[in-house]
Each structure stands twice: as structure tokens, then as C-alpha cells.
Design a protein around this ligand. Structure first.
Ligand SMILES: *[C@@H]1O[C@H](CO)[C@@H](O)[C@H](O)[C@H]1NC(C)=O
Ligand SMILES: *[C@@H]1O[C@H](CO)[C@@H](O)[C@H](O)[C@H]1NC(C)=O
Ligand SMILES: *[C@@H]1O[C@H](CO)[C@@H](O)[C@H](O)[C@H]1NC(C)=O
Ligand SMILES: *[C@@H]1O[C@H](CO)[C@@H](O)[C@H](O)[C@H]1NC(C)=O
Ligand SMILES: *[C@@H]1O[C@H](CO)[C@@H](O)[C@H](O)[C@H]1NC(C)=O
Length: 537
């Protein structure tokens, strides 16, 4: 009888344990980036999973611009006022200079201390700590948005659950090295090396430049690793648990890398490991939502077509060069097309032209999906470019900083539009460029062709996010997809020990060969002198 109750008890326990795992999982998203456009991409993934019925908790530094969702809890860990002021200054400073990949790199290094410090403050913010220090919180999976915050992988170790890294573009070297993607500079273009449409390989000059960029990034990666290890020690080094992993170990416990890129359409093809999952275009809705009534009317009545103009979320229109906006306003207000212009301060508009609609929060994706939208004037952020490509809308790019100039060059060489230097912009130049992109059909054809390739995949971006996330949940991690490379140390990874042995064997064989030759030579010489002697005797 006692035995029987024992079995019944066991069954009840097993059943009650089984129940919650059938429903949605508890997922934690850590998205501490200061860039709203990054957060948009990460939140698109979270929304996909929340719609699916998973229970999502997101920690960010700023309130994401997303409609409240019953399955998403947002926990804010905002920066201190001094830090916030510093970030604002930094952003407006880098927008005021001519964007170049090298100045961006340089700044990234000089200012990286502050960036990392900000990420550290975020990681140990009491609101955030409460999540991972609380013994009662139970998560099944962690998502970490990558941006100079690799040490935050430690949070997944604290919560003892698998982690998926997310990134907003083509994987950069730092991420490639974590999962073991091949980043060979002979055929994998580095940051901002653009190939022309149809060009499969880099020319000599491009390979040379690529080699230097690649080597520079590799060096940066070494420094970065060193720094990240320091921050990891600071944030998680006080763990009393003797099994708590080191930074190097935690990096080898990554399940997957989700990145916002689609190689077959965006190109070029690069060799990636099965741990790398493309989710290019995740922030683009497969079906547009209905537009707000006023915008729908404004666009619907645009018989000459419409232009959408937005410099994204990083630019403060109050501090950025007013002369530039004057020029842009003069050109746009003269056009027969209607213009939807993203403008922050609606009490202080550049003008009152009847063909322009100003708004400070606009549903960019739904506007680009509208059939009357004929042109997108953009700062060429990755997200906006992807939306335009998805909907087949040609672009005029006015890049501001960081990767935007690279994106602008790529979209220009691909024939999706043209790009202009924003700080030296003139009226004539802007007007003729806008007219060219609107009237010349090649831009619309090129981007239309791209759009059809972009949409043609076995799983849509959203389906990929759901499939691969639930794959990790089902198998409690995806460690079996890892490349052996990441488990090798420097010597083994580069086969230095093997080459050493080969060299040694060759050297020894050569020495033996020399000894034999010498021995044979002496023998022959001896015979020879002997026979000579006997002849003369
Ligand atoms: C939230 O999750 C539940 C299941 O946990 C699901 O039934 C519901 O549809 C989700 N809500 C939304 C808005 O998708
Ligand atoms: C969902 O997540 C929130 C926030 O972390 C938590 O309070 C809640 O209990 C979770 N719900 C379920 C059903 O696990
Ligand atoms: C770890 O301990 C050191 C020295 O005891 C302290 O300065 C530091 O703030 C601690 N770090 C955390 C994250 O608690
Ligand atoms: C659009 O046209 C309709 C009638 O055709 C008119 O009632 C409405 O005011 C127009 N809207 C705008 C924003 O011009
Ligand atoms: C636009 O119109 C408003 C209200 O009529 C006026 O206050 C403002 O000065 C005008 N702006 C410009 C740039 O003309």
C-alpha cells in the first residue's frame, strides 16, 4: 500500500512538472544598445516569439517603441543622467563629422572605454540584477543583443540557460570568431568593402584594402576580448559557485547567432557554420498594418506619387546643421510629389508647404509598403534599407555615420538608388538626384528584382526565428551545431603543432639523409683511393 501511494505521488509530481513546459517558454531578452534602430530589430524578434505565445521579458536602457503586448514585460534599466548626456553628445558629435570608416573605428577605440563602462553600468543596474540574482526567476532561454557587451553572456550562465546572440547586420569579425565562421580576407569582404552587382570576387585593390581592414579588425578583436574579460570579472568575478564558467568558457556556450542578413539576395555568399542563422528582414512585416487615417488619406491622394524622408532615430533635428534641412526643405517643397517627412520637433518645422506631411513617429514600414510611395530618402541605416529593399522602393541615401556610408555605397553599386554627402549637400545636386531616381526606371527595376529574391526562402524571417528558437528550447541548447574550431586553442586551431611535427620529421629525415650520403661518399672515396693506390703500387 505504501509503495502504491509512493508511485501515485511520483506520478502527480511528474505530471505537475510536465505541465508548464507544454506552454510558452520564459525568455529573457537583453538589449542594452543605445541605438533605437538596433532595439527595433531585436524587438521584432521578441514580438514574433510573443505572438507565438512565449512569455518574454526584455531588459533595455530605453523604452522600446512598440505597442504594449500582453506577453512582453519590459524592464527598464536606464542610464544615469550624466551617462545619457554623454551619449547624446557623442551621437551628435559623430553625426557632425564626415563619416569615414576609419574615424568611426578610431572613435570606437578611443571612446570604447565609455561605451563599455555604460554597458557595465547597465549589466549591474539594480533593476537588471534583480532578474538574474533572484533565485526564484526561472528562464528557459536568453537572447543577447550584441554591441560591445559580450561580457553580458555571463547573465545566461547565472540563469543556467542557453543563449542566442542577435546582431543587426552581416556578422562582424568578433561574432564570426565566437561561432567559428570563416572570415578569409581573400573572399569574404570585411566591413564596408562593397562589390558591384554581378561582381563575385574582389579585385586586387579591394583584396589589399580588405586584407588591411581584416587584420585591423582582428587586432581590435584581441583587444576587445581582453577588455571584455576584464568587465566579465568585474560583473561576475565574485561568484561563490566554483563551477561558474570563465569568460572564455561562457563564449563557448553560445547556442546560436541570429543575424539580420540574407546572403542569397544581399550577397556575397560567405561560408558560415550551422550555428549562424540568417533572419534578414525580421523587422519588415510580411503584411503591412493599416496606416493611421490621416497618413492613409495623404498617401492615397498622392496622384503624382509620394516620397518618404527619414534620417532615422539617432539624429536630433534641433542640433543637426539647420542649413542642411533648409536645402532639403527648399527642394522637397517644390516637387509635384507628396512628401512624408519624419521630424522630431513639430512646433519648429522647417516650413508649411502643402505637399509635405511632418510627423515625429511614423510607421515607416507601412508607409514604404504603400503602392504610391515611389522614393525613400534615408540615412541608410540597415533597417530602413532592408524595408525599402523588401518593398522594392528605390532610395536616395544621405548617410550620417558608422555603417551607414557602407550601406549607402552598397545600395548605389547595386543600382537601388544613389547617395549624397549630407554635409556638403547643394540644392541642384539634391534636386537632380531625386529626379533621376524617380524618373529613370533602372533603379525601380533593380530593386524590384532584388525584392523578389529577398522574399523567396524556405522559411520567412519570422518562421526562422520561431523554428530555431524552439529548436534550442527542445534540445536545451544547440551545442551539437558548434564548429569544432571554437573548442581549439590557438596552437591547435592554426595546426602549429602539426606543422611543427612535420617540420621536425622533415628535418630529421634530411639529417639522416645527409649522414647516409656522407657515409656512402666516404665509402666510395675510400674504395676509389684504395683502387688507385693498388694501381700505382
Ligand atoms: C500570448 O500568449 C498566449 C499563450 O501563452 C497566447 O494564447 C496569446 O495569443 C498570446 N498573445 C498574443 C497577443 O499573441
Ligand atoms: C512571464 O514573465 C513575467 C516577467 O518575468 C513573470 O512575472 C510571469 O510570472 C511570467 N508568466 C508565466 C506564466 O511564467
Ligand atoms: C566584486 O568585489 C569587488 C571587491 O570586493 C567589488 O569592488 C565589486 O564591486 C564586486 N562586484 C560586483 C559585481 O559585486
Ligand atoms: C483626399 O481626398 C479626399 C477626397 O478625394 C478629401 O476628402 C481629403 O480631404 C483628401 N485628403 C488629403 C489629406 O488631402
Ligand atoms: C507655419 O505656420 C504656423 C502657423 O500658421 C506659423 O506659426 C509658422 O511660423 C509657419 N512656419 C513657417 C516656417 O513659415
Amino acid at each position: 500500500m505504501k509503495k502504491f501511494t509512493g508511485i501515485v505521488l511520483l506520478f502527480t509530481i511528474l505530471l505537475s512538472m510536465e505541465a508548464p513546459s507544454c506552454d510558452g517558454a520564459n525568455i529573457l531578452g537583453i538589449f542594452g544598445s543605445h541605438s533605437p534602430s538596433h532595439v527595433i530589430v531585436h524587438m521584432a524578434m521578441m514580438k514574433t516569439l510573443a505572438d507565438r505565445g512565449h512569455n518574454i521579458t526584455v531588459v533595455t536602457q530605453m523604452k522600446p517603441k512598440l505597442k504594449a503586448h500582453e506577453n512582453i514585460t519590459v524592464v527598464l534599466a536606464p542610464p544615469t543622467p550624466e551617462r545619457e548626456k554623454y551619449i547624446k553628445e557623442y551621437m551628435s558629435q559623430i553625426t557632425a563629422e564626415k563619416p569615414s570608416i576609419w574615424t568611426t573605428f578610431f572613435k570606437a577605440i578611443v571612446k570604447s572605454g565609455d561605451q563599455f563602462e555604460a554597458q557595465y553600468e547597465f549589466a549591474v543596474h539594480p533593476n537588471f540584477k534583480e532578474i538574474y540574482e533572484n533565485p526564484h526567476t526561472k528562464f528557459d532561454l536568453v537572447f543577447l543583443g550584441m554591441m560591445g557587451n559580450d561580457f553580458q553572456l555571463g547573465v545566461a550562465a547565472k540563469l543556467k540557460c542557453p543563449v542566442i546572440m542577435t546582431w543587426v547586420g552581416v556578422p562582424i569579425q568578433i561574432l564570426d570568431s565566437i561561432v567559428g565562421n570563416v572570415a578569409d580576407p581573400a573572399f569574404v569582404p570585411s566591413l564596408n568593402v562593397a562589390l558591384e552587382p554581378g561582381q563575385i570576387t574582389m579585385r586586387f585593390g579591394q583584396r589589399l584594402l580588405n586584407f588591411f581592414k581584416h587584420s585591423f579588425l582582428k587586432l581590435l578583436n584581441v583587444l576587445m576580448n581582453y577588455k571584455m574579460n576584464e568587465f566579465y570579472e568585474r560583473a561576475f568575478g565574485n561568484e561563490s559557485d566554483p563551477d561558474f564558467p570563465t569568460y572564455a568558457e561562457v563564449k563557448r556556450r553560445v547556442s546560436l547567432l541570429f543575424y539580420n542578413y540574407h546572403a542569397p539576395s544581399e550577397g556575397p555568399i560567405r561560408p558560415v557554420v550551422p550555428q549562424s542563422i540568417e533572419i534578414g528582414g525580421i523587422q519588415v512585416k510580411e503584411q503591412p498594418d493599416p496606416l493611421p487615417k490621416d497618413i492613409a488619406e495623404f498617401l492615397g491622394n498622392a496622384t503624382d506619387g509620394a516620397i518618404f524622408f527619414s534620417l532615422g532615430t539617432n539624429v536630433d533635428t534641433n542640433t543637426f546643421s539647420p542649413k542642411v534641412f533648409e536645402i532639403i526643405y527648399k527642394v522637397l517643397s517644390k516637387l509635384p510629389q507628396r512628401v512624408i517627412w519624419k521630424w522630431q520637433d513639430l512646433n519648429n518645422k522647417p516650413g508649411n508647404a502643402s505637399n509635405i506631411y511632418f510627423g515625429n513617429w511614423l510607421p515607416q514600414d507601412d508607409i514604404l509598403a504603400h503602392p504610391n510611395t515611389k522614393l525613400f530618402i534615408t540615412h541608410a541605416g540597415k533597417g530602413g534599407v532592408a524595408e525599402s529593399q523588401f518593398h522594392g522602393v528605390p532610395m536616395v541615401a544621405l548617410p550620417l555615420f558608422a555603417d551607414q556610408q557602407g550601406n549607402a555605397e552598397i545600395l548605389t553599386t547595386a543600382g537601388f538608388g544613389r547617395w549624397l554627402e549630407i554635409l556638403t549637400l547643394t540644392e541642384d545636386e539634391l534636386e537632380s538626384t531625386i529626379k533621376d531616381v524617380l524618373e529613370n526606371p533602372t533603379y525601380r527595376e533593380a530593386i524590384g528584382k532584388f525584392s523578389s529574391l529577398y522574399r523567396d526562402r524556405p522559411l520567412t524571417a519570422r518562421q526562422s526565428v520561431i523554428y530555431w528558437t524552439e529548436y534550442v528550447l527542445r534540445h536545451q541548447g544547440a551545442y551539437h551545431l558548434q564548429s569544432p574550431e571554437i573548442h581549439l586553442d590557438f596552437v591547435a586551431r592554426n595546426n602549429i603543432d602539426v606543422y611543427g611535427v612535420v617540420l621536425l620529421v622533415n628535418l630529421i629525415s634530411f639529417l639522416i639523409f645527409l649522414v647516409i650520403v656522407r657515409w656512402v661518399f666516404r665509402k666510395v672515396l675510400k674504395c676509389f683511393t684504395k683502387s688507385n693506390k693498388s694501381k700505382t703500387d
